[in-house]
Design a protein around this ligand. Structure first.
Ligand SMILES: C[S@@+](CC[C@H](N)C(=O)[O-])C[C@H]1O[C@@H](n2cnc3c(N)ncnc32)[C@H](O)[C@@H]1O
Length: 211
C-alpha cells in the first residue's frame, strides 16, 4: 500500500502548523497544494501547485500518483474535515477505484477553532455550520433561530450571505461578529449587526458568528 496524506495546514500563519504536518511533508515524495498552503512549508520535496480552476484535475493526479506508489501529501487549509479536501479526495479514490492507496488524515487547526478561541466561545454552547456546497439552502436557517449562537462558514461574501439571510426572514438586528483573515498580520474582528454587514466590504476569508 502507498501512502496518501491529507494534511490540515491551519488558518494561514506558520504558527499554527503542527509538527506532524511539517514532518509528514518533509518525508513525502510529492506535496500538492495551493501556493498559500505550500508557502507555509520550508522543507518540501517535489511540489505540485493547484488553483481553484484546476483543483479537481490536480487532486485526481495526486491520488493516481499515490496509487502508483509515490508517497503524496495533499495540503488542505484549516482542517481537512471541515469544508476541506477530505470529502473530494475520498470521492476521487472511489471513482478512480484506487486499490493501493492508504489514506491518512492529519488534522489542522480550523479557522472555526481560531474564531472560537478569539471570541472565547465554548463550542458546546453554539451551533456550527457551513454553507459550502449548500448554496441557497434554506433548511439551515431554522438553526439560526434556536436561541444559541451560530458560527458559520459563508459560501460567498459575508455581505451576500447577510442579504440572503435577511431575505429569508432572519432578523436584521441580530448581532454579528465577522472574523477576517484570522492569524494573519492584518487579521480583523468586527462586531456589528446583520443589516450593517449587507453594505460591508470584506474579503472571502471570513467566518461569521451570529448571536
Ligand atoms: C474551503 S473553506 C475551508 C475551511 C477550512 N477547512 C477550515 O477548517 O478552516 C474556506 C473558507 O474558510 C474560511 N477561512 C479559511 N481560513 C480563514 C482565516 N484565516 N480567517 C477567516 N476565515 C478563514 C473562509 O470562510 C474561507 O472562505
Amino acid at each position: 500500500m502507498s501512502k496518501l496524506y491529507i494534511i490540515g495546514v491551519g488558518p494561514g500563519s506558520k504558527e499554527y502548523i503542527t509538527y506532524a504536518a511539517k514532518n509528514t511533508v518533509k518525508n513525502a515524495d510529492i506535496t500538492v497544494g495551493s501556493q498559500r498552503a505550500m508557502d507555509l512549508f520550508t522543507e518540501v520535496n517535489e511540489k505540485i501547485i493547484f488553483n481553484v480552476k484546476n483543483l479537481t484535475e490536480e487532486l485526481k493526479k495526486a491520488v493516481i500518483l499515490a496509487d502508483n506508489g509515490k508517497s503524496v501529501c495533499i495540503l488542505s487549509t484549516g482542517d481537512p474535515g471541515f469544508s476541506g479536501l477530505l470529502k473530494p479526495v475520498k470521492r476521487i479514490i472511489k471513482e478512480e477505484n484506487c486499490k493501493n492507496v492508504e489514506l491518512t488524515v492529519i488534522p489542522g487547526i480550523s479557522s472555526l477553532q481560531l474564531c472560537a478561541a478569539r471570541l472565547e466561545i465554548s463550542w458546546d454552547e453554539v451551533d456550527i455550520l457551513t454553507y459550502h456546497g449548500r448554496e441557497n439552502s434554506k433548511d439551515i436557517i431554522n438553526i439560526l433561530d434556536n436561541g444559541r449562537g451560530t458560527i458559520m462558514l459563508p459560501s460567498r461574501s459575508v455581505a451576500d450571505m447577510a442579504s440572503f439571510l435577511i431575505e429569508n426572514g432572519v432578523n436584521p438586528n441580530r448581532k454579528v461578529v465577522i472574523c477576517e483573515r484570522l492569524s494573519y498580520t492584518n487579521e480583523k474582528i468586527v462586531k456589528t449587526t446583520l443589516s450593517e454587514v449587507v453594505n460591508s466590504e470584506f474579503t472571502y476569508m471570513c467566518i461569521m458568528v451570529i448571536y
